[in-house]
Design a protein around this ligand. Structure first.
Ligand code: PEP
Ligand code: MG
Length: 569
């Protein structure tokens, strides 16, 4: 069986399906003839669920904290209650009914009892009881709740969608692939899958209803076709493809240590996008010439409170030190839109992509959010070439305000004699239609531009970047987006400031000749794409690129442009 989605992270995924689904199982009362076997099925399931809970406690304690882990200790206590076990067993034996039904009846009774007590602790017990009930019934019915952090090696993770925090909790050595029903190429789960080098297909609508735990799943993360339980021949084909892919990857090693320079001497800088300090090591492994985008929001995820100034300082300093003097562009907190941080207590906007996000929110929450981050960035700038980047700018006032705050904080640091880079560069992301239209104005006050094509495409085409119903509009090769990109680069160049790109289009080989032609200085992408792009750059002359760009811009539709570029690239 084949189901179709959108290729989101290159590579060949072959492995066993591990389905993450949060469905409430429907329990049907059935009569059983062998009550002894049915009771055993219940007791075995109970033991297994307890063991799994013990494991989850260990993982949770390591990853999140002892406090969260303690909640699950309560689950173990409830599951060990002899009265509860006895009552479930009795119902199975006396009424000759299935274990699922007995579990539901008794757990509902207990939960109801706890819920009726006027005590907060007891109310919590009721919720715990419901959790246990669901886990037991799922286990009995063969519906697996997969603990993402401890998936078996060789799993293909199948889910409706993955939040960034879920994805960042993955063990990349265990997960051989990801397939989701929702999302798009630039959703954060896809971006993280690329960063972790896990092959992925997203927007695969029928995947959950088509696959069950343990099924063999094979797919090509570039093409988006997902095969479920393929025949031997197909499986062999994918195994060969995987070998070819891995060989090609090894061949790219030859481009390490080379300059990213065209045949006629146009030199570009190839940098990496990262989400946490440890990714910097990976960036260096792929020979990144700098960090073009550090998405700091990931430091704020997977936890229950704002990381302190000190904690952030350590993280930024670590990246700066690892990169040993190479440029490190750190973006200030960019949340809102599809990036939520529950503990910040931000009300959900009716239209989150156009609402209270990124710099808008930071300027508003200066004391608790922006100030500690800016101070941490300034202090860390004493340890490397850190540059501050402000996201989601839509008017010059926002840039002025952010710069004024940075200048105030510099004075504070001066007074305290704390070291920082006095010439620290403050640049902006160019990712709204407004920013593009006033690129000339912004270029006078920004130290650099970095084009965020993921959002620039969204805000230029008025198309939600994660909505697959309108994904036909979501392409950076639309003439409107290309004109916008060209304008930003040319205005930046005119003002004499460097212009980079950190959206996904920076690694797109079809886009490459256009960006070389217009004079993009820095291309920032997933570390794993760097060597391939370097290989492509080395094969161009700037002259060829200019000819291609001129011709491409004569076409009127995305389709024509894409077809032409496919022919010549
Ligand atoms: C972008 O919008 O292109 C970008 C790089 O930022 P993000 O994907 O984090 O919104
Ligand atoms: Mg963006």
């Amino acid at each position: 069986m084949v189901v179709f989605g959108t290729g989101a992270s290159n590579g060949i995924g072959i492995g066993k399906a591990a389905v993450v689904r949060d469905i409430k199982p429907e329990v049907i009362k059935t009569f059983v003839s062998d009550v002894v076997a049915e009771e055993k099925r219940f007791l075995d399931t109970l033991e297994k669920t307890k063991e799994e809970t013990e494991n989850m406690i260990k993982v949770l304690a390591d990853k999140v904290g002892e406090k969260e882990a303690a909640i699950l200790e309560g689950h173990i206590l409830l599951m060990s209650d002899p009265a509860l076990i006895d009552e479930i067993s009795k119902i199975i034996k006396n009424d000759s009914v299935n274990a699922e039904f007995a579990v539901e009846s008794v757990c509902d009774l207990y939960a109801g009892m706890f819920a009726s007590m006027d005590d907060e602790l007891m109310q919590q017990r009721a919720a715990d009881m419901n959790d246990i009930k669901l886990r037991l019934i799922k286990e009995l019915s063969g519906i697996k709740s997969v603990d993402i952090a401890s998936l078996e090696e060789g799993s293909i993770l199948i889910a409706e969608d993955l939040t960034p925090s879920m994805t960042s909790g993955l063990d990349p050595h265990a997960v051989y692939g990801i397939v989701t029903e929702l999302g798009g190429r630039t959703s954060h789960s896809a971006i993280l899958a690329r960063a972790l080098e896990i092959p992925a297909v997203v927007a695969c609508k029928e995947i959950i209803s088509s696959v069950k735990d343990g099924d063999i799943v094979c797919f090509d993360g570039e093409k988006g076709e997902v095969y479920i339980n393929p025949d031997e021949e197909k499986k062999k084909f994918f195994e060969e493809e995987k070998n070819i892919y891995l060989t090609k990857k090894r061949e790219l090693e030859a481009y390490k240590g080379k300059e990213s320079i065209t045949k006629d001497g146009y030199k570009a800088e190839l940098a990496a996008n990262i989400g946490n300090p440890n990714d910097a090591a990976k960036a260096l492994e792929y020979d990144a010439e700098g960090i073009g985008l550090f998405r700091t929001e990931f430091l704020f995820m997977d936890r229950n409170n704002v990381p302190s100034e000190e904690e952030q300082f350590e993280a930024y300093k670590k990246v700066a030190s690892l990169m040993k003097g190479k440029p490190v562009i750190i973006r200030t907190l960019d949340i809102g839109g599809d990036k939520e941080i529950p503990y910040l207590g931000i009300e959900k906007d009716e239209n989150p992509f156009l609402g209270y996000r990124a710099v808008r929110l930071c300027l508003d929450r200066y004391e608790d959010l922006y100030k500690p981050q800016l101070l941490a960035l300034l202090r860390a700038s004493a340890f490397g070439d850190i540059r501050i980047m402000i996201p989601f700018i839509s008017c010059v006032d926002e840039l002025r305000k952010a710069k004024a705050l940075i200048n105030e904080l510099k004075k504070e640091l001066d007074e305290k004699n704390i070291a920082y880079n006095k010439d620290i560069k403050v640049g902006i992301m160019m990712e709204t239609a407004a920013a593009s239209l006033i690129a000339d104005i912004l270029a006078k006050e920004a130290d650099f531009f970095s084009i965020g094509t993921n959002d620039l495409t969204q805000y230029t085409m008025a198309v939600d970047r994660g909505n697959d119903k309108v994904s036909y509009l979501y392409s950076s090769l639309n003439p409107a987006v290309l004109r916008s990109i060209k304008n930003i680069i040319l205005e930046g160049k005119k003002a004499g400031i460097p212009v980079g790109m950190c959206g996904e289009a920076a690694a797109d080989k079809l886009m490459l000749p256009l960006l070389l032609a217009w004079g993009l200085d820095e291309f920032s992408m997933s570390a794993s794409s760097i060597l391939e792009l370097r290989k492509s750059i080395i094969n161009y002359t700037r002259k060829e690129a200019i000819e291609i760009a001129e011709k491409a811009m004569e076409f009127e539709t995305e389709e024509e442009i894409r077809a032409y570029l496919r022919k010549v690239c």
